[in-house]
Design a binder for this molecule. Structure first.
Ligand code: AMP
Length: 590
């Protein structure tokens, strides 16, 4: 790259000495055993995320410090201290115990970013109950699919979300025994077949002895999208907390005095690992905003809440850029000292925009649901090459491999600047431990000691990684992974649809937009009214975050001889790109 574009690391004017100063030395000396010793562990042995995140601080000097400050447009900010959080999560754990919900059983949460979500998640971990927060913008179908895959026994949600997304589908969720409801403003929890969470919490004790979980016990279940099947439930264990702590230190540079704002929703892995766990581990105060993206609101929060470390996403940065530098200049951010972003490629212009408009470059970092925590990052310890995801963190060994899909042979590429699949050497504590009920798919992710990420990348001579694309058809829209199969299945449920193929169409703002191609059954003909009906049908089933934004009609869809829809070809045709190898195309496919 043009070296004049590199953003040089600087210590000039830094108010805080970064946690990571000498990258090479830290990588040489770092061990995960030593990283574990930075945490307390349960007395008498064992490891529990909630103990490390909450109670360890609540019984120490951080007792009265604010852990979370919850913001919403309709109420005054609500501060919850570490001590409050400890007691509230104890109460929640007692509620579960009273209901007979035990260790290893599964609890799902579908809620906006309200305090109860955070309390339920951490309280479940105390009880050893496995917790899975789902994105509240999911429609009923993705919710039911995930609840059934995960065998959810308990659901924590709000009255409105329950009525809209669960009630009618409840008989399709045989494992679900208890629904704990939070009343939304003006709502009521008086709904048959559900329990009032506030009432149960009021009766529960403040005291709870945390279950003696071990580092290998399952803690969290995060669903991620697949290309050919239904979502996969990535299993994470309590030991992941070691990675959350180490990466909060190195990649987010968290210091105890920080006011931290992670804008991700806990329905996605970033919002749990870094919106809940990592900041608590470092004893910082986190801002949680219930509202959706809004330029003025976000700049206002950065200024008024005196945010010092901000972890956000490229789509949000691009939306701020679109609003223009003037919008930012009405605000002052003297407290802001570190900005990081994750989830999708961060354009080089966005990195530089951060420096020009906010006074700080944006540090891109890379990871995925399966890795449980940040693996590759731009840190304060080295120069930023805008457009690069950075370098592997201490304790993380990455490489580029050639993966022959036919023979399964994987070879490590030892030359710089060669494109291939990004792989990581096993051994970091937050590595996922399986896909729920899908051992075979899990095994396929590994070749010997290497975990194959499914991302294409290259590594330059200085050890910086550059994202190239996905190795599969999975779509990344506004930072969220969307499995085309799930969208296709929902479209196919409409009587008019004979076949459906879904692709990610490049979009300057949200990265990729979900676009569907459908062919129609006999008796139906294409019309604007039918297109609108299909868009509405998909939105109702899947929710706004997953549903296609565009639908096009085709007489038939291109398929391979074995019958698989060739999404790659649909995409190439949509973008006017070369069609590549079409030797497996079924004759007659258009
Ligand atoms: P998820 O599992 O939903 O967190 O999505 C993980 C995927 O998001 C990765 O496998 C990448 O395809 C993409 N991703 C995450 N971070 C970055 C980044 N910094 N640059 C480019 N793509 C990213």
């Amino acid at each position: 790259m043009d070296v004049s574009l590199i953003i040089r690391k600087t210590t000039a004017g830094l108010r805080v000495v970064p946690n990571l100063v000498d990258y090479d030395k830290e990588r040489r000396t770092f061990t995960w055993e030593a990283a574990r010793r930075e945490l307390a562990g349960l007395s008498g042995g064992g490891l529990n995320i909630a103990w490390e995140a909450v109670d360890r601080h609540a019984c120490g000097t951080l007792r009265d410090k604010t852990s979370f400050r919850f913001l919403s447009s309709s109420a005054a900010p609500r501060n919850i201290t570490y001590d409050d959080l400890s007691r509230l999560t104890n109460r929640f754990a007692n509620v579960l115990r009273e209901l007979g919900v035990s260790r290893d059983e599964r609890l799902f949460i579908i809620a906006g970013r309200i305090p109860e979500l955070y309390i339920a998640l951490l309280g479940s971990l105390k009880n050893g109950t496995v917790v899975s927060p789902l994105f509240s913008a999911f429609g009923p179908e993705p919710i039911a699919t995930r609840m059934n895959l995960g065998q959810g026994k308990v659901l924590v949600t709000t009255d409105a979300l329950y009525q809209r997304k669960v009630a009618k589908w409840r008989d399709k969720m045989p494992s679900l025994q208890h629904v704990l409801l939070v009343a939304e403003e003006g709502g009521s929890t008086n709904i048959p077949g559900t329990l009032d969470l506030a009432g149960l919490m009021a009766q529960a004790s403040d005291e709870f002895e945390i279950e003696r979980t071990t580092a290998d016990d399952m803690a969290l279940l995060h669903f991620t999208s697949g290309t050919t099947g239904m979502p996969k439930g990535a299993i994470h264990v309590h030991g992941a907390v070691i990675t959350h702590h180490a990466t909060g230190k190195y990649a987010l540079d968290l210091h105890a005095d920080d006011i931290f704002w992670c804008t991700a929703d806990p329905g996605w892995v970033t919002g749990t690992s870094y919106g809940i766990i990592a900041p608590l581990l470092h004893g910082v105060t986190s801002i949680v905003d219930r509202e959706e993206f809004d330029v003025e609101r976000w700049y206002g929060i950065l200024q008024e809440q005196k945010v010092s470390v901000w972890y956000t996403a490229p789509t949000a940065v691009r939306m701020l850029m679109k609003a223009g530098a003037e919008a930012a200049r009405k605000y002052r951010f003297p407290n802001l000292r570190f900005i990081a972003s994750v989830g999708e490629p961060l354009n080089p212009e966005a990195v530089r925009w951060g420096k020009e408009v906010l006074g700080l470059p944006i540090h891109d970092n890379w990871w995925q649901t399966e890795t449980g925590g940040i693996m590759i990052a731009n840190t304060p310890a080295f120069d930023i090459k805008p457009g690069s995801m950075g370098r592997p963190l201490p304790g993380v060994d990455a490489c580029i491999v050639r993966h022959d899909a036919e023979t399964g042979v994987v070879t490590v590429v030892d030359k710089p600047d060669v494109e291939g699949e990004l792989a990581l050497r096993r051994g970091w504590p937050s590595m996922f431990r399986g896909y729920l009920n899908n051992e075979e798919r899990y095994r396929k992710c590994f070749s010997g000691e290497l975990y194959l990420t499914g991302d294409l990348a290259r590594c330059d001579a200085d050890g910086y990684y550059w994202f190239v694309g996905r190795a599969d058809d999975i779509i990344k829209s506004a930072g969220h992974l969307i499995g085309p199969f799930e969208v296709e299945s929902a479209l196919m449920e409409h009587p008019a649809v004979a076949e459906a193929g879904v692709i990610g169409k490049p979009d300057p703002l949200i990265g990729e937009m979900v676009k569907a191609f459908v062919s129609l059954n006999q008796g139906y003909s294409e019309s604007e009214a039918l297109r609108m009906e299909l868009l509405g049908h998909a939105r109702k089933r899947l929710g706004a975050a997953v549903a296609p934004k565009e639908i096009a009609f085709l007489p038939t869809l291109p398929r391979t001889r074995s019958g698989k829809i060739m999404r790659r070809l649909l995409k190439a045709r949509e973008l006017g790109l070369p069609e590549g190898d079409t030797s497996t195309l079924e004759s007659g496919g258009t």
